[in-house]
Design a protein around this ligand. Structure first.
Ligand code: FES
Length: 197
C-alpha cells in the first residue's frame, strides 16, 4: 500500500469548529463537559480529513480538561474513529451476522475487485479505503455499506459495483436501498392495512 499521509505536527480547532465545540459542550450540564468527548473527536476527525492522529486526541483532552488516556480509550473503542489516514471515500462494508447471511461476502469481494485493494487498504490515488465493520445499525436493509456519511443498502455484487464506479467517475450514486424498495418497506409495496375498512 503506497498511500501515505503526513501526520500533522500540531492541531487546533479552526475558528468555525471552535464555535461548534463551544455549542456542543454547552449541551451538557455544568461539570459534565467530558460527555462531549465523542462529538469533539468527530469534529476533529472531520477537520483533519477523516482520521484522528494522537495530537488531535491530545488537543480534545486538553480542551475538555481530561487525562489524554480517557480520550484514547474512547477513540480506540469506537471504530468510527480512524487512527490511520483513510482515503477520500471510506467504504465500510458491514459483515456482521445479518449482513453476512444476506450476502456481505459477495459485497466485500466486489469492492476488492472494483477497487483493486484488500480490507484495510487504500488505493494508490488516495480515493478509496476499504474497511470491514460490525453492525452498521441498518440490518433491516442488509447487506449494507457506508461510504463516508452515506448509506447504501440492500446491496449485491452488481449494485455495490455500480455505486463504486459512479463515485470513481465523480457522480453521486443513489443513496439507500439499491433493490428498488422504499426505505425498509416490502419490495412489492404494502401487504397489510391497504384498505380503509
Ligand atoms: S448486521 Fe449489518 S447493519 Fe446490522
Amino acid at each position: 500500500m503506497s498511500f501515505h499521509r503526513e501526520e500533522p505536527k500540531d492541531f487546533a480547532f479552526s475558528t468555525e469548529n471552535l464555535a461548534k465545540a463551544k455549542s456542543i459542550v454547552a449541551k451538557y450540564p455544568e461539570g459534565k463537559s467530558r460527555s462531549a468527548v465523542m462529538p469533539l473527536l468527530d469534529l476533529a476527525q472531520r477537520q483533519i480529513g477523516g482520521w484522528l492522529p494522537r495530537i488531535a486526541m491530545d488537543y480534545v483532552a486538553q480542551y475538555l480538561g481530561l487525562d489524554p488516556i480517557k480520550v484514547y480509550e474512547v477513540a480506540n473503542f469506537y471504530t468510527m474513529y480512524n487512527k490511520k489516514p483513510v482515503g477520500e471515500n471510506h467504504v465500510q462494508v458491514c459483515t456482521n451476522l445479518p449482513c453476512w447471511l444476506r450476502g456481505s461476502d459477495q459485497v466485500v469481494s466486489a469492492c476488492k475487485k472494483t477497487l483493486g485493494i484488500g480490507i484495510g487498504e487504500t488505493t494508490q490515488d488516495g480515493k478509496f479505503t476499504l474497511s470491514e465493520v460490525e453492525c452498521a445499525g441498518a440490518c433491516v436493509n442488509a447487506p449494507v455499506a457506508a461510504i463516508n456519511d452515506d448509506y447504501f443498502e440492500d446491496l449485491d455484487e452488481a449494485s455495490i459495483t455500480r455505486v463504486l464506479e459512479a463515485i470513481k467517475k465523480g457522480e453521486k450514486p443513489k443513496l439507500g436501498p439499491q433493490n428498488g424498495r422504499m426505505n425498509s418497506a416490502p419490495i412489492g409495496g404494502p401487504t397489510t392495512l391497504k384498505g380503509e375498512g
